[in-house]
Ligand binder design. Structure first.
Ligand code: SF4
Ligand code: F3S
Ligand code: FES
Length: 244
């Protein structure tokens, strides 16, 4: 131990409401917020609800809002807040179940409606190295849903119910740029996934724990393709002629 202590204010409550409760814990050098929360759960509040799995920034389960910003609790050091108050709460863009646990199941519903990888070719596929590299970044997503939590379009309580959110623009972009995939998702992106509601604030990119450049590498390329496809007069005419 360091002989020092740290104080954390943790949201205790559920969908009907709640309040922050302050806990004081012995500060161990290098401890992360998840260590502190688990210490509190073990020694001071056995009924404190928290979701976690890997403790290594891989599973995406321990997302929470720390001082109002979505962070992985297992990747955020307590010492980072030296001299400042530490507030820990659940992700607010989703319904709170209890304490630090929010219900992220809406995201899986959105995911299930995206046209899956579709190909008529038989594996093994031949792929070029530059394609493989481009496909690598979106695949790093650990589905922590922190980009969803921070995006104002979802945060202002799902103002546009059809807005899929940054995580699913990343998924769409991966599928759309996959050289073997033959499905077309541009129509869905425009009509059903609400791509147009994103006004490129880039907050999603800032919070991504695996460093996916969500806005620059997924959202903007998709927006450009939708614009080419739907707002280019020559293409518009082609679609009319072909009756699409
Ligand atoms: Fe989390 Fe990044 Fe995936 Fe969004 S894109 S869910 S922030 S890992
Ligand atoms: Fe939201 Fe990211 Fe766009 S935060 S508005 S999806 S750039
Ligand atoms: Fe798995 Fe934090 S516990 S990402």
């Amino acid at each position: 131990g360091t002989g020092r202590t740290a104080k954390l204010k943790i949201f205790r409550g559920d969908a009907s409401g709640g309040e922050e409760v302050e806990y004081e814990i012995p500060l161990v050098e290098g401890m992360v917020i998840l260590d502190a929360v688990l210490y509190i759960q073990a020694h001071q509040a056995n009924d404190l609800a928290v979701r976690w799995n890997c403790k290594a920034a891989h599973c995406g389960s321990c997302s929470a809002e720390i001082n109002g910003i979505p962070r992985l609790m297992c990747k955020t050091r307590v010492e980072e807040f030296e001299g400042r108050e530490i507030h820990v709460g659940p992700m607010r863009a989703f319904p709170v179940i209890k304490d630090l646990v929010s219900d992220v199941s809406w995201n899986y519903e959105v995911s299930s409606k995206i046209t899956p990888f579709t190909t008529s070719q038989k594996a093994p596929f031949t792929m070029y190295e530059e394609d493989v590299e481009r496909l690598y970044e979106p695949k790093k997503c650990i589905e922590c849903f922190m980009c969803q939590d921070v995006c104002h379009v979802l945060r202002t309580h799902h103002k546009h119910p059809e807005f899929a959110g940054p995580r699913f623009f990343v998924r769409n972009q991966w599928l759309e740029m996959h050289p073997m995939d033959e499905a077309d998702r541009l129509g869905d992106l425009k009509e059903k996934n609400g791509l147009g509601y994103c006004n490129i604030t880039k907050c999603c990119t800032e919070v991504c724990p695996v460093g996916i450049k969500i806005t620059d590498n997924s959202i903007i390329p998709l927006k450009e393709r939708v614009a080419d496809e739907y707002y280019d007069p020559a293409r518009w005419l082609m679609r009319k002629i072909q009756g699409r």
